[in-house]
Design a protein around this ligand. Structure first.
Ligand code: ZN
Length: 144
């Protein structure tokens, strides 16, 4: 048995311990039964953000976006698809900066879309501006 990996549930925000070799077996949340790696980004807000960034043992790629930003809306389907490609090496999440201005301010997000990769709770890299699917995947993989 390898060291367990801590994963925060996208739905109930419960913290799960999953053996690393089981990450590819569709692990489910022990609290709410939802899949932990569902091929879709988590929707984070002021309340859930820190828990996901600090307690996930996998790197977390966060898309800071706004519903009034055209390039953000164009990038959204690519970011959703990137979750399929990047799990279980990392997890993906989205933050609506209009509903969560405090998070945008705290992470000095000045333009959207901005993607920030968090590793071990700290920022490891960021990219400002829209990317296509291949762009997101190759940009993120350089940090693995
Ligand atoms: Zn859950």
């Amino acid at each position: 048995m390898s060291d367990p990996v801590h994963l925060v549930c996208h739905y109930c925000h419960g913290i799960n311990r999953v053996p690393r070799e089981r990450l590819i077996d569709g692990p489910k949340c022990g609290k709410c039964g939802q899949p932990l790696l569902n091929g879709a980004p988590a929707q984070l807000d002021e309340k859930s953000f820190d828990r996901h960034i600090r307690r996930n043992d996998l790197p977390v790629l966060v898309d800071f976006w706004s519903p009034t930003c055209g390039p953000c809306m164009m990038m959204a389907p690519a970011f959703d698809q990137a979750a399929h490609r990047l799990e279980p090496a990392m997890r993906l999440a989205k933050v609506n900066v209009q509903s969560n201005p405090g998070l945008a301010m705290r992470h000095e997000v000045r333009g959207v879309p901005t993607v920030i990769l968090f590793k071990g709770g700290a920022e490891a890299g960021r990219n400002v501006g829209a990317m296509d699917l291949e762009g997101i995947v190759s940009w993120a993989r350089q940090y693995l």
